[in-house]
Design a protein around this ligand. Structure first.
Ligand SMILES: Nc1nc2c(ncn2[C@@H]2O[C@H](COP(=O)(O)OP(=O)(O)O)[C@@H](O)[C@H]2O)c(=O)[nH]1
Ligand SMILES: [Mg+2]
Length: 336
């Protein structure tokens, strides 16, 4: 009767379960470490362009004075933190320095970190992607070239690995390449793709995607869309039509409208966000190509100036380089 509880090593089933748990824990830890390392290396340029400059300034000053604050201000603005946000950060920093009677520049660093975190969390307290209730639908919007299709490919892979049933709808019918790109990703990640021909009505594809998601009991439906902003009115009409279909046909699904922004485009990204915000209820931002810019301060501006939570960040071209955004990890990766 007890035979089954023992194996060759005289270990009980419980021992084995513990071994497996421990192994899983170690795996999880190393996965987290490598994710953090990836994040860190994805932010190398910004660390050089922003953090290392801040450190050099702090090192070169013997005391905390106005000039020091001016130099810090300039570094933040240059790193695309945005003028308003930078001014808020520097004002807050001045207050903290005064209140705490700080006179050594190296203590300022810790306070600056705190101040940045405070500014970013002032109006936003949740950066998690809204996919935990099933079914859910993610509408991915943004102008051409920002990384929508790539982000969808990476995200579908990631959600699939998390054990979710994912369906992707190829709603960018303006470019055949977008459909082909998704075909490659869906073959790789073994997720189902709903597509029509180039030039087809995007809203019809989203409609089909919804029917497929319902009948196959999918957890997440991810919808690609076209991003040709040169004809803003058409684009916005098209998006509105898609939103109406989703609201009408899939009202039971929790909805995430993810705006994809390219971090390398700086203040342009901020302007795009403002335009999209006018016509759709953006629920979060996927910020791509952070690895390609020294101006990662845009992360701070997006949260603080646009009041939009960053939910995903792209720190490279590989699958694992799409990460869920975590504020503490971001600040640690930037400053440690
Ligand atoms: N380095 C880097 N490149 C990216 C990232 N995300 C997307 N890209 C690249 O950006 C280019 C445009 O992406 P695509 O998904 O086609 O953009 P779309 O037009 O918005 O669908 C492609 O070459 C992608 O490989 C990222 O996080 N880092
Ligand atoms: Mg695309």
């Amino acid at each position: 009767m007890f035979k089954n509880l023992f194996n060759k090593n005289n270990k009980t089933t419980l021992d084995n379960i513990e071994d497996v748990n421990r192994e899983q824990e170690v795996q999880d830890q190393s996965k987290n470490v490598s994710l953090f390392e990836r994040l860190k290396s994805g932010l190398n340029k910004t660390r050089k362009g922003m953090t290392e400059k801040i450190d050099a300034v702090l090192r070169s000053y013997g005391k905390v004075d106005d000039e020091l604050f001016d130099e810090l201000e300039e570094i933040l603005v240059t790193a695309d933190v945005g003028i308003n946000t930078t001014m808020k950060i520097i004002d807050g920093l001045r207050d903290k320095v005064r209140e705490n009677k700080v006179s050594e520049p190296d203590k300022v660093r810790e306070m600056l970190k705190e101040e940045i975190k405070e500014i970013m969390t002032e109006s936003i307290n949740d950066n998690s992607l809204n996919v935990n209730t099933s079914p859910s639908v993610i509408l991915v919007v943004g102008v051409n070239g920002v990384g929508k299709t790539t982000t969808i490919g990476k995200l579908s892979y990631k959600l699939k690995n998390d054990g979710k049933k994912v369906i992707v709808a190829a709603g960018d019918t303006f470019r055949a390449a977008a459909i082909e790109q998704l075909e490659e990703w869906s073959a790789r990640s073994k997720t189902e793709l709903i597509k029509h021909q180039e030039g087809a009505d995007p809203a019809a594809i989203i409609f089909d995607g919804i029917q497929a998601a319902k009948s196959r009991k999918a957890d997440v439906l991810i919808c690609d869309t076209a991003g040709r902003l040169h004809n803003k009115k058409n684009l916005m009409n098209e998006l509105n039509k898609i939103f109406r279909v989703v609201d009408k046909e899939f009202s039971e699904a929790s909805k995430e409208v993810l705006l994809v922004l390219d971090a390398t485009t700086g203040q342009n990204a901020i302007n795009q966000a403002k335009e999209f915000k006018e016509v759709c209820d953006i629920t979060g931002v996927a910020l791509t190509k952070l690895d390609g810019t020294a101006k990662g301060g845009i992360v701070i501006a997006i949260q603080s100036e646009l009041n939009l939570p960053i939910k995903l960040i792209g720190v490279g071209e590989k699958m694992e380089d799409l990460q869920e955004f975590n504020m503490d990890d971001f600040i640690d990766a930037l400053f440690n």
